[in-house]
Each structure stands twice: as C-alpha cells, then as structure tokens.
Design a protein around this ligand. Structure first.
Ligand code: BGC
Length: 456
C-alpha cells in the first residue's frame, strides 16, 4: 500500500472539496476589500467594477479549460494545478501595486475558482458510493459557504488597518497551499482510472471508499461497462443521447443564478441599511447570515440522500419565490415602519437559507453526477461555464437594475423567475438520487434507444 491509500475517507472528501472554500472566500472577500483598494490605488468606478468582476471572467475561462482537461489528464492532477493557480492569484492580488496587476491577479484567481467548480462536483461524485453521493457532493457547497463566512469575518476584522486589504486577498494562499499538499495524498477518481485501463488501482481506491470488497468489485464491473464507450467530445455532449442532461444542466445552472441569491449574498449589507439598519448592525447581520448559511448547508448535507433532488429543488424555488415577494412588499413599507424593516430582514434570511439548503448544493451535485462517463468532465465544465456566465450577467446588471427599479420591484422579478424554475424542474430534470452513476448513464442510453435516437 502506498501513502495515498492510507488517507481516511473523511479526509479524502475534505481535501477533495477544499477548493470550495477558496471559491467562497475569493468571491466573497472583495466586497469588503474594495472599499480600501479603491482609496489606495485611486480607482474610479469603472476600474472598481473590473476589480470585482475579474474573478467572474477568470472563472468562465477556468471552467471552460480546466474541466475538459480532466477527462484527459485526470481529476486529481488538475485539482493540484488549480491549487497552484490559487496560490499565484492570491499572492499576486495581495502584492499588486497597481490596477492592472490587481485585475490580472484576480483573473488568475478566477481561473482557479472556475477550475474548482468544474472539477470538484465530478471528482466527489466519482468517489462517493451512490447512497451517500448527494451528501458528499454537498460538502463542496459547505466549503463555499464556509469560505464566504471567512471572507465576511476577515472583512470585518481587517477593516481597521490601511493595508488590511492586502492580507484579506493574500491570506487565501494558505488554504490553497494546504489544498496542494492534500492533493498529493488524494486518490485519483476510480472512474478515470478505469478509462485509463488501470483497473487494479481503481479497485484499490474503490475498496478504500466502499464498505466491503464485494461491493467494490461490483462497482468496478459496472464502471468497466461504461468505460468501454469510446472517448467523446463536443459532438457527444451536444448529441441526442446527452441532450436531456445537457438541457437539465443548462437550466439548473441558469436558474441557480437568476433567482438572485448572489445579489443578496453580496449586497446584503446594502439591503440591510436600505431597510433601516445602521452600518455596523448591517455588517454584523451579514456575518450572522454567513453563520446561519453554514449551519443550513450542513443540515442539507445530512438530508441530501434522503429526499429526492427534484423535490428539494421545487421546495427551494417555492421558498425563495415566496420570501422574495414578502421581502419586496415589506420593503415598500420599511421607510415608515420598523416592523416592516424587520419582516424584510427576516424574509431575506429565510430566502438565502432556502438557497443554501437546496439550489446551492443540488445544482452542483446534479451537474457533477448526470453526464455519461466519457463526457463527464466536459459536461460538468459546460454547466460551470453557463453558471459563471449567468452569475456575471446577474452581478453586472444588479446595480443598474437596482437604480432603475429599487430593491422592492427588482425582487419581484427574481421571484417570478423562481416560479418559472419550478416549471423547469418538473418538466426537464431527471431524478438521480440513490442511483449509481452507471445506472444514471444506462437509463439515459436506454431512453435514447427507446426513442429510436441513434448515436452517431
Ligand atoms: C453558487 C455561487 C454562490 C455560492 C454561495 C454556489 O452554489 O454557484 O454562485 O456564490 O453558491 O451562495
């Protein structure tokens, strides 16, 4: 047995999901840091916009390139590469002495964030036994939420120092380095190993992850069946067989963003001050929301394999839609009534809790597990690109829309989209809970076969 086989399963999942922490931290930290960067680097509003959205642009690039490469070079190697990019981006952002260097470093960071989002859901889903896959996949979201919380805390703690922003941005290099060293000991995905013809190593990894050797052997046999399908690329991704999954992934990735969760996460302090809270109360409330979200995501991780994914998405979209409506109505009266302000703040908290428990994790879990093995890295990557593009559009349009319509009316718009999401989930998604990746793939193939769709 070599060193990496001795790592405990919990540590494997922990290090496998750790990139989520950097995803959350690096996207969350900028809201606080920008206040200081803007003064010290003398940035105008256009330049500030670039500093904030550079990570999003990098993430689109990273998910487009790093995910597909993992079908070829393996999930683990690419995870380690992402961790190196994280370190470079974090140190570069912390040391940047002008606008250009800062934007370039933030784009580099974004490449790693995008890479992590295109790799980790697939990597975790390929390691996890079917009956635990949802919970294990949710660890990614738990890490994202923990990263966001750490970012809020560091924003708060470091805001008293002039150079605090350099630490806020640079400190992310520490977990990134830990992720790299964790990666050295991580096993490669057994599915990838089988595709490479390394059945022995795949069996060894499966034995480590499954509760008994017989189960590991049975899983290996199943994987071998799917792995014999020839390698595929965009043709298969956009082909008839994968189409249901492709539509599902695109829809989930878009709706996860257009229901507005990030606007609330990033702009919550503004929203709180808008409804009448003082600035420091608003910042504390933001940290409170961060803690609450971590707890809610942890609960979601525990129930993820007990409740159908579709049911979770539908319940989540109802919850988000209704709380957005309540928020919107309460905000209209918040100028005149304290009670209305509190109702708005309370509805906001419940809204984001619904997201954290459902659409946040379930979208990533489903795009990581639904594509056939021969295009899984590519498919996950495609879903991530769509998600980051939607994220960029929502984030960039939020401030002008807010100016034009005000929070009240804008949130009605997001609520309507939440209700449309319910229709989409009912009509276009496939239930994947409790099925092995190979069962999911087999039913896709037999469905295509039954409809007379041929693979070319
Ligand atoms: C979403 C991100 C979001 C994060 C935290 C993820 O699932 O994809 O856009 O920032 O959750 O809420």
């Amino acid at each position: 047995m070599n060193e990496k086989k001795r790592m405990s399963t919990s540590l494997i999942y922990f290090f496998g999901a750790l990139g989520g922490l950097l995803f959350g931290y690096d996207t969350g930290v900028i809201s606080g840091a920008i206040l200081f960067i803007q003064k010290q680097l003398h940035l105008g509003s256009w330049e500030q916009g670039w500093v904030v959205s550079a990570v999003l642009i990098g993430a689109v690039l990273g998910s487009a390139t790093i995910g597909p490469a993992s079908d070829k070079f393996g999930r683990r190697k690419l995870l380690m590469l992402s961790s190196i990019i994280f370190v470079i981006g974090a140190i570069g952002s912390g040391l940047a002495h002008n606008f250009e260097l800062l934007v370039i470093s933030r784009i580099v960071l974004g490449i790693a964030v995008g890479g992590a989002s295109a790799l980790i859901p697939t990597y975790l889903s390929e390691l996890a036994p079917a009956e635990k896959r949802g919970g294990i996949g949710t660890m990614f979201q738990l890490m994202i939420m923990s990263g966001i919380l750490l970012a809020y805390i560091s924003n708060y703690v470091l805001s008293d120092f002039d150079l605090g922003w350099r630490f806020m941005l640079g400190l992310a290099a520490v977990p990134a380095a830990i992720m790299f060293f964790g990666g050295v000991a991580l096993p490669e995905s057994p599915r990838y190993l089988v595709r490479q013809g390394d059945d022995q190593e795949a069996l060894a990894v499966l034995k480590q992850l499954q509760s008994n050797d017989q189960q590991a052997q049975a899983e290996l046999d199943d994987i071998k069946l799917q792995a014999s399908m020839k390698s595929a690329g965009f043709k298969e991704l956009f082909g008839v067989m994968s189409r249901p999954v492709l539509i599902m992934a695109m829809g989930l990735a878009i709706f996860q963003q257009v229901m507005g969760a990030n606007t609330v996460l990033y702009y919550a302090p503004t929203i709180f001050t808008d409804v009448g809270f003082g600035v420091s109360a608003a910042l504390m409330a933001h940290i409170g929301i961060g803690i609450f979200n971590v707890i809610v995501t942890w609960v979601a991780m525990k129930v993820m394999d007990k409740i159908d994914r579709k049911k979770m998405l539908i319940a989540g979209a109802w919850g988000m839609g209704i709380t957005l409506m309540v928020m919107s109505i309460a905000m209209k009266f918040s100028g005149h009534s304290h009670v209305a302000s509190y109702i708005a703040a309370f509805a906001l908290t419940i809204y984001i809790a619904f997201f954290s428990a459902t659409w946040g994790p379930v979208m990533w879990v489903m795009i990581g597990e639904s594509f056939p093995l021969n295009i899984r890295g590519l498919g996950n990557s495609f879903g991530s690109v769509v998600n980051w593009t939607a994220n960029t559009i929502v984030s960039l349009t939020f401030p002008p829309l807010l100016n034009a319509f005000g929070t009240g009316s804008l949130f009605i718009g997001y609520a309507v989209l939440s209700f449309v999401a319910i229709w989409f989930v009912r009509k276009y998604t496939i239930e994947t809970r409790n099925q092995s990746l190979e069962q999911i793939e087999a039913s896709l193939r037999s469905r295509a076969h039954a409809k007379g769709w041929t693979e070319d």
